[in-house]
Ligand binder design. Structure first.
Ligand code: ZN
Length: 245
């Protein structure tokens, strides 16, 4: 019997308001689409948060009640307050799971956690992407075959300037010839992090069932091991447990 997993879906939520073509794909916003399919899972309780809310919707109270945070951002990474980034960072170290999607590779929180530029090469040509499952048996690959395809995607290509993942679950191939490490697992402190590349705002990628499966799997994988994230035992000088000579 496992307790409900508390998920917060964070979205910058600007493309959908500015661009009718994006709004047509995601009438409830990208956060609404993701919260929609996650909310259908009996073991998840889901809320959303967006950039323009006070504290970007990520108050201390909200984060204290979040097991797994999902992050989508693109055009306004620099508008995310550093104090909120620090707050999210601290919660990850304390055990909150973090799933960073697509253009979130350049978010302040992902770059802070990775410690590298997180730069990559890209092309927006609506080409096919084939995601190869290179770690079969990994919880994030549950229910998938050897590979699945996204009919139209934005190409993200190597080099992707990230630290070598603890586990690489997916490698993408694109019709134009590039490859990309598109599903990367990390641990920082007590928190698990998963980066997943698909999700350009003008394509209906989060409506695709395999993509939804990956994100659902990732939430279950990234949840804290026991209960909500807990403050880390303070680092301090330490008396010996045994008598020392
Ligand atoms: Zn994109």
């Amino acid at each position: 019997m496992s307790a409900e997993i508390k998920v917060t879906v964070w979205n910058e939520y600007l493309h959908e308001l500015k661009d009718p073509a994006v709004a047509a794909v995601y009438p409830q916003g990208i956060h609404g689409a993701i919260a929609g399919f996650l909310g259908a899972e009996k073991d998840f309780s889901v809320r959303t948060a967006v950039l323009r809310e006070p504290e970007h919707g990520l108050s201390e109270e909200v984060l204290a009640q979040t097991d797994v945070l999902i992050w989508w951002g693109h055009m306004a990474h620099d508008q995310v307050e550093d104090s909120i980034v620090d707050r999210v960072y601290q919660r990850v170290l304390e055990g909150m799971g973090l799933i960073v999607l697509h253009s979130g590779h350049f978010s302040k929180i992902f770059r802070k956690l990775m410690g590298t530029s997180c730069g990559l090469r890209w092309r927006e040509a609506g080409e096919k992407e084939r995601l190869w499952v290179v770690e079969q048996g990994h919880p994030i690959a549950q229910g998938l075959g050897h590979y699945f395809e996204i009919p139209q995607t934005e190409m993200y290509g190597e080099r992707f300037d990230i630290p070598a993942p603890d586990t690489l679950v997916f490698i993408s191939w694109y019709a134009g010839g590039e490859v990309f490490r598109s599903g990367c697992c990390y641990q920082r402190g007590q928190g698990k992090i998963f980066y997943f590349a698909p999700g350009h705002e003008t394509y209906p990628i989060y409506h695709q069932k395999e993509v939804q499966q990956v994100i659902k799997n990732a939430v279950r994988w990234a949840k804290p091991v026991s209960g909500l994230p807990q403050p880390v035992d303070p680092f301090r000088p330490c008396p010996p447990l045994e008598k020392l000579d």
